[in-house]
Every structure is written in structure tokens, then in C-alpha cells.
Design a protein around this ligand. Sequence first.
Ligand code: GLU
Length: 435
Amino acid sequence: MTQELDKNASPKLGGLSYLNPAAPEPWASFIEQIERVRPYLGPLERWIETLKHPKRTLIVDVPIERDDGSIAHFEGYRVQHNLSRGPGKGGIRFHPAVTLNEVMALAGWMTIKNAAVGLPFGGAKGGVRVDPATLSKGELQRMTRRFTSEIGLIIGPDRDIPAPDVGTNAQTMAVMMDTFSMNRGSTTSGVVTGKPIALGGSLGRQEATGRGVFIIAREAGRHLHIPQEGARIVVQGFGNVGGIAARLFRAAGAKVVAIADHTATLANEAGIDIPAAQAHAATTGGLAGFAGATPIDIEDFWQTPCDYLIPAALEGQITPERATRIQARVIVEGANGPTTPAADDVLHKRGILVVPDVLANAGGVTVSYFEWVQDFSSFFWTEDEINARLERIMVSAFDAIWLVAQEKQVSLRTAAFIIACHRVLEARAERGLYP
Ligand code: GLU
């Protein structure tokens, strides 16, 4: 998700594209999602408060020398929300809207995601409040190195393993891996995932999140009898998640009728040529100016009739107000936290199926897990092996969550949270309190 940054400062949103002032703070949404699981926890309810208190929160000052000789300071975070089931795992976000509240929620969602899919990790997340597009290459590298050194106190291959998120990519991970290794005096490839292949990265990692979104959408479509061929797709976010999911949908015969990124919102009833749009975005930095579709209003975008709506940008996009106007059969959450709890209720009442982030976008962290395992064993798998294992894990997680949703008559989100909270709190209870 490296393309999701705002380069065209909009005064209305304080220059932060996709930010939705109408949405609640992300941590409040996370807490509400946890509360909805309370009635289903049985004796484990005793431990539920654990999930409302991040285990460890580190706030760091990140000073750098700018190219002009001045000194700039940025605020950075690493939150380890829960470590009951294993080391922390979750991405690093570089974005001007990063706050502690947001990173706490993102870390919490990682705890749930890793447990829902069955990966042996806790949940963590990090970020720096910075617009990387405003830094030179050298400044960005110094900022990344200083941030890595600061959070080096708590990360490590057996402690907490960062990965890319919005505004970071394989190159960021290369710099983080190098910095950690230099400080330690030995090459430690397993300290981050999502690295370049030459540094122990995994084949298939870069497109894993988008591929997972596609697999999960296909599984949901199977239950709702939506054929891939000719399905209408709308995608918000055209980076590493939305762009790749759109490409896979198109390759399967679906029609992508509307796309949006931080530079433009576009539609084409005949179906957008996704590889052409990706090539345009890669050369110009965004979708603005792409000739193969027509600009539309953002609110029209949200009410475009479609089979699958895929929010793949930032949190808080689908508010109750937008939820009343959405005309999709299924929403597949490529982003983390795009739907507010109140909007979830509106969609549920309207019979629109929401496949939650903690399942739909878990493909990225699943292949991160494969990367971490490969780094530890120094034995690397083929791309076919990676994709086959990813498919197996995603499909079986989908089936388990679908079953719980049916049995308990709850949304897929609540079902995923029920499964995940049981796993985390059972581990918590088995370990017991120290001292
Ligand atoms: N940032 C991605 C996520 O939100 C991937 C995290 C990881 O691979 O650790 O799931």
C-alpha cells in the first residue's frame, strides 16, 4: 500500500486524503467490536479486559537532519497489543494522520487477525506521523533508520516483527533490517517481513494481501451465488491491496466499474483496463489523468451499483450515512477498519454481507508468516508452494468463520472476533497472571 499518500493537500481534510472526520476514533471502534463478543465468551469473559489494554506502548521521538541542515522531529510509535500467542506482528505506517489512537487500534486488529487465521503471533503495529512524499530519499532513509533504532528496544525476530503498511514498502523493510542488523552486529533477516527477495523476502509476499482479498471474495461469492464472470467491482485504494485485487478480479472475468485513489475517483461502465490504470499510476504517481475512465464525485462512487465493494485505503470510510446508500451485495474489507460499528449495523439490516478486514486482508500477514519461517530455516519455497498454502489457510479460515456466523446468527465480523478472542483469551488464561 505504498501509493496511498496524499500529495494534493486538501484544505478541507487538512491535506489528509481519505480521512473521514465523521468516523469515530479507531480505538473506540475496536473496543466496541470487542464488547460485541462478550456474550459469546463463556468463562473466558473474565479475561476480556486484557484486550482493552495494549500490553506495551512505546512512543519515540525521531529527529533527523534535513538536507538543508535544519533539524526535524517526528513522532513514532510501536504498540504491542497482545503477545499471549507469540511474538508481536504487524506493519509500520508512514502517514501524516498517524496517531497513537490509530496505532493502538491497528495493533488490536492484528491480534484478532493473527488469531482468526491461526498464525502463531500476537498483534502489534507501528507508525510515524510523517508524509514520506515530503522527504528526500536521504531524509526518508535517515528517518527510517532512527525510528528503527528507537523501536529496536522492543522488536526482534522472536519478540515483534514489523512489515510494510500504508506508506512503507520492501525498500523500507530493507533499511529497517539493515539498521537492526548493524546495531546488533549480525545479519538478522527475520526481524522484519515484506523484504526484497535478495534479503530473505518471500516470493508472493508483495501481492499476498490483494490475492487474499480476491480469494476471500470468491469464497463469499460462492455462498451468495455470484459468478466471477461479469461481476461488477468497485475498489477504493489503488495501491498494493486495491490495485492487485482489481487486477485479479479482472483476470477472472469480472468488470471493475469504479476505482479511486488519493488523486482521482473514476468510473467506466464498460469496465476499466486495470493493467493500463496500474501502468498510468506507476508512472504519474496516481490515477489522476488516466484516460480510460471518467472522473466522478466521491459520494457517487460509494453508491455505484456493484456485486463487490472493496474499501482498500484507510479506516473509517464506511459511516452509517454512506452505509444507507451503498448498493453492493458484498463488502470485502481490504483496508483495516474501513467500516464503523454503527455502519456495520446498517449494512447488516440492509442484508449487505460484510467480510471483515481481519479475515479479508489477512493474506499479507499470512505470507509474512511464511517469510519468517523461511528466514528461520534458511530454506525458501517456490511461489506455487506459497500461493497454494495461502489459499488453504484463507479458505479454511473463511469456512470456520462462516460456520460460526451461521451457528450463532451473528455477522462475519463478530464470528471472526469470537474465534480469535477465544484463542487469545484461552492462551492468556492457560499462561495465567504473572506473578
Ligand atoms: N500491514 C499488513 C496488515 O495490516 C501486514 C502485516 C504483516 O505482514 O505483519 O495486515
